[in-house]
Design a protein around this ligand. Structure first.
Ligand SMILES: [Zn+2]
Ligand SMILES: [Zn+2]
Ligand SMILES: [Zn+2]
Length: 172
């Protein structure tokens, strides 16, 4: 393992999203930890905010604001774009969802409530997204920053590639 690999794998948590898992439990768990976090911090998880989070949790896939808006409409939230945008702002501000710059889309956080720098693996064939933790301060970039006297406040780590499901399909 190189030091760069270690910086991505650190945190003791397997990346969530690609491997088979009990998805129903994963959605329940994510929703209840966000609810607990909101209760703790006195944040209001309004019905539309909760619904947007739920939509993003349905599949471990990034959704753009317009797709979210369509799904909200289907779910009976006769929404105007600002409603979806405000809900997304709220959710990303508090770390419950992350924006994937590469796709201009959003994913639900795999471990809401913990402060972390996410690193994403994005499948270029199906847009599935898995989130791992990165600790940039410990990696090669961190060393370079220290040498330059630079303080890193935020990093965006987005790796593009092929997820296990798609590589199975390709080789079948
Ligand atoms: Zn899941
Ligand atoms: Zn996260
Ligand atoms: Zn894929």
């Amino acid at each position: 393992m190189t030091s760069e690999d270690q910086s991505i794998a650190a945190g003791g948590q397997a990346p969530l999203g690609f491997e088979k898992h009990n998805h129903e439990r994963c959605v329940d768990h994510a929703l209840s930890s966000v609810e607990a976090r909101c209760a703790d911090k006195g944040l209001r998880l309004t019905p539309v905010r909760r619904k947007v989070l739920e939509l993003l949790l349905q599949e471990h896939r990034a959704l753009g604001a317009y797709a979210i808006l369509d799904l909200l409409r289907e779910a009976g939230f006769g929404s105007q774009p600002p409603v979806a945008y405000r809900a997304l702002d709220f959710l990303s501000e508090h770390g419950f969802v992350h924006k994937i710059e590469r796709l201009n889309a959003f994913v639900a956080c795999a471990h809401p409530g913990e402060s972390h720098s996410p690193a994403f693996m994005i499948c270029r064939l199906c847009d599935a997204v898995a989130e791992a933790q990165s600790t940039p301060a410990k990696g090669v970039l961190g060393e370079a920053a220290r040498a330059a006297g630079f303080q890193i406040e935020k990093t965006v780590v987005e790796a593009e590639g092929v997820c296990p499901a798609c590589s199975d399909k390709a080789s079948a």
